[in-house]
Write a protein that binds this ligand. Structure first.
Ligand code: HEC
Length: 131
């Protein structure tokens, strides 16, 4: 029993060392997914405070994205860390835009910015992970 546990721990250590599966990164991503869902909920229930919370959480989490990326040119031919940094700034600006447009009652612009962010999430997954 103990031996099996040790093997498991060692095996997962190897996996994490490869940088392929990172629990912290997955948690950060899952938190961003929750923040996006919160923003959408705020739209649908027309509740500015819910939108505000989602935007705040998203902006907070997106800052951490680059810390999970390797510096230097990756197998995909780009510097994933620099790319992540750039995308985090863009996502954060769009998140602000969601709030300002929603506050003005311009829900379509808010929803449009939401979609632009979703596009950014998907592009990174495509570029970094080839999903
Ligand atoms: C700069 C690149 C990058 C950006 C931007 C990005 N992601 Fe990710 N995302 C990743 C990577 C890399 C993984 C794979 C995580 C792993 O396996 O360690 C991932 C995985 C995920 C997952 C799956 C996690 C799991 O448990 O399998 C979700 C959900 C997710 N991202 C949500 C988002 C959302 C929402 C956004 C936009 C707000 C976003 N991501 C933006 C790089 C990015």
């Amino acid at each position: 029993m103990k031996k099996a546990l040790l093997v498991l721990i060692l095996a997962s250590g190897v996996l994490f060392a490869e940088g392929y599966i990172q629990p912290d990164r997955m948690k950060n991503m899952a938190d961003m997914e929750t923040a996006m869902a919160t923003i959408q909920k705020g739209f649908l229930f027309n509740n500015i405070n819910v939108v505000k919370n989602g935007v705040k959480d998203l902006k907070e989490r997106v800052q951490h994205t680059e810390s999970f990326m390797k510096d230097g040119i990756g197998e995909n031919g780009i510097n994933n860390m620099k790319y992540a940094k750039k995308e985090a700034v863009a996502i954060s600006t769009m998140a602000d835009e969601i709030l300002t447009t929603f506050e003005k009652g311009d829900r379509y612009s808010a929803a449009n910015n939401y979609l632009l962010i979703l596009g950014k999430c998907l592009s990174c997954h495509q570029i970094v992970r080839s999903w």
